[in-house]
Design a binder for this molecule. Structure first.
Ligand SMILES: [Cu+2]
Length: 275
């Protein structure tokens, strides 16, 4: 028994000692991808905290069940174990403890939600996202550039790193949901109810984007890609995109004409099927 315990302990230590890279780090994150935004770190922290809390509480409950059923099992067929009821201190304890646990979890949830939902940066880059059946449009409203995807031709959302980005989400048809996988965040794109959120991308790279609300027969084609670039490379892309918007050399990029607070001035391309 003691040897088994020691082996388990050594294995656990060896697992922790492998550090926070690769597979081990993924286990430590409870299976989540590595966050690439400031808000993603908040989301990951609360996920890890809740996972740890549930493991500890689950472990304690399981231990008490197994302990009670072994330690207080019936000794002989004709014997009834000692019957105990109305133990006031224990009943107070298991009324009080869950309230404390819920209050602590509620507190961390509220703090994280406030951080993640904060949209007060006036200097943020304004990007309007239009989710439509069945692709995406990205409007760089202050820079006159519109990027439009088509079903089967996923658009690329180019973003600068280390700059706050304010997303405005609108839909002309049904409910979609904007999800960039390693942002660890998704938000619904609702017709008639513009949604918004802010985020700072902290890592350069190419990330998968999805519609994560079943929105019709071609929902699965509502893919997009996020390309996060360092500021100088983003500026170079923007200059080129503005030129392409003017001279029409890129089918995906046009000049932005709409207004971010109004309905998107966009007519979805007809592909012969509509729900
Ligand atoms: Cu959709």
């Amino acid at each position: 028994m003691r040897r088994a315990l020691r082996t388990a302990l050594l294995l656990g230590l060896a697992f922790l000692a492998t550090g926070c890279t690769g597979e081990a780090a993924k286990w430590k994150r409870g299976g989540w991808p590595e966050p690439v935004t400031d808000r993603g770190v908040d989301a990951l922290n609360i996920w890890e905290g809740f996972l740890l809390a549930s493991l500890i509480i689950g472990g304690i409950v399981l231990f008490m069940i197994v302990y009670a059923s072994v330690a207080y099992r019936r000794g002989a067929d004709n014997e009834i174990p000692r019957q105990v009821r109305y133990n006031l201190p224990i009943e107070v304890l298991y009324t009080f403890l869950p309230i404390v646990v819920v209050a602590v979890l509620f507190y961390f949830t509220a703090v994280t939600e406030n951080n993640v939902n904060d949209v007060n940066d006036k200097s943020a880059l304004q990007v309007q996202v239009v989710g439509f059946q069945w692709s995406w449009q990205f409007n760089y409203v202050d820079h006159g550039v519109t990027v439009t995807g088509r079903p089967g031709e996923p658009p690329v959302l180019v973003l600068p790193t280390n700059e706050q980005i304010h997303f405005h989400l609108t839909s002309p048809d049904v409910i979609h949901s904007f999800w960039v996988v390693p942002f660890l965040f998704k938000r619904d794109v609702v017709p008639g109810h513009p949604n918004e959120f802010e985020v700072t991308v902290t890592k350069a790279g190419t990330f998968a984007g999805r519609c994560t609300e079943f929105c019709g027969v071609h929902h699965d084609r509502m893919l997009f890609t996020v390309k996060a670039l360092p500021q100088d490379q983003y500026d170079a892309w923007l200059t080129k995109a503005q030129q392409q918007a003017k001279d029409g050399t890129n089918a995906e990029i046009t000049q932005y004409t709409g207004d971010v607070s109004g309905d998107p001035a966009y007519d979805p391309p007809s592909n012969g099927s509509n729900l």
